[in-house]
Design a protein around this ligand. Structure first.
Ligand code: KMH
Ligand code: ZN
Length: 275
């Protein structure tokens, strides 16, 4: 079986230090969390920007500071910027980090309820605009799908030529408003993508490790991190992003799967070499 690609979602836009003091906000905290996560086995870092007080931002200048600081600590890691940002942000605002030409970016493939009154809006035209902005810069995309309709829409836009291969999906399951992260859910999604597509799972909250275990066995890849889950186990807060990465890396090794380094991950995903 292929080696396991671990992505670490370092901070997200929603979780706070009040919930877990290890959630990084500042540039220095992001860089340190990134280094620890990579040392623990992460090949890809999923990056949101926050202000020092924790407010999420998509400002290119802030992303630039973060990307530079992370690159200094982990020059080989694959840096994946979020174009999801936070709910309520405009399309233009969310696209700003693409101007920095990162190696990888998320492409969110549909709208969903996001708890309370929040709606994470990704209309068909939004998705087409994001896909264009990502692809015309030669950025590698990860197709973020929070439920089956998102997979279907991504495949429809692929058929129409708006989303070009290689197709690499991320099944983000367990959001309050999206699909849950039971085994039957991920099996259904996995069976819905083309045979030559790759995928990673990101289980939110209590779904993080059961989904990881499933994907490790199935030959998929895994995302963990404080954006998705604050706990190492029930009632025990993770003391760092690296804690979560280490746990999934140990699970993989115990199951006989080796961990991919960033170089191997690029090859496995079909990422083009960029100068
Ligand atoms: N923060 C969520 C509203 C992504 O990074 O592309 C969206 C999100 C998805 O986290
Ligand atoms: Zn995200």
């Amino acid at each position: 079986m292929d080696k396991l690609i671990i992505t670490c979602a370092l901070t997200g836009a929603e979780v706070t230090k009040a919930q877990n003091p290890a959630v990084p906000y500042t540039v220095a905290e992001m860089a340190q969390a990134a280094k620890e996560a990579v040392d623990a086995g992460a090949a890809i870092l999923h990056i949101h920007a926050r202000h020092d007080d924790g407010r999420p931002t998509q400002e290119a200048a802030r992303y630039q500071e973060i990307l530079e600081a992370i690159k200094k600590e982990c020059p080989d890691a694959i840096l994946q910027v979020s174009t999801g940002g936070a709910t309520g942000m405009s399309r233009e605002e969310r696209m700003a980090p693409l101007t920095l030409n990162p190696e990888m970016a998320t492409l969110d493939c549909g709208t969903l309820n996001f708890g309370g009154d929040e709606i994470f809006i990704n209309t068909e035209n939004d998705i087409i605009a994001f896909a264009k902005g990502i692809q015309e810069r030669g950025i590698f995309k990860e197709l973020e799908c929070f439920e089956k309709g998102h997979v279907d829409l991504a495949l429809r836009l692929h058929k129409k030529g708006f989303i070009t291969p290689p197709l690499h999906f991320s099944f983000v399951l367990g959001v309050n408003g999206g699909m849950t992260g039971e085994e039957r859910d991920v099996a259904f999604l996995r069976a819905s993508i083309p045979d030559d597509a790759t995928y990673s799972v990101a289980g939110v909250g209590r779904f993080e490790f059961p989904l990881a275990r499933w994907a490790i066995k199935d030959g998929g890849h895994v995302r963990v991190g404080l954006e998705d889950n604050l706990y190492l186990e029930k009632g025990v807060l993770a003391s760092s992003n690296a804690d979560l990465v280490r746990k999934v890396a140990d699970m993989a090794r115990q199951a006989g799967r080796e961990i991919a380094n960033p170089h191997e991950a690029r090859k496995m995903l079909g990422m083009e070499a960029r100068s």
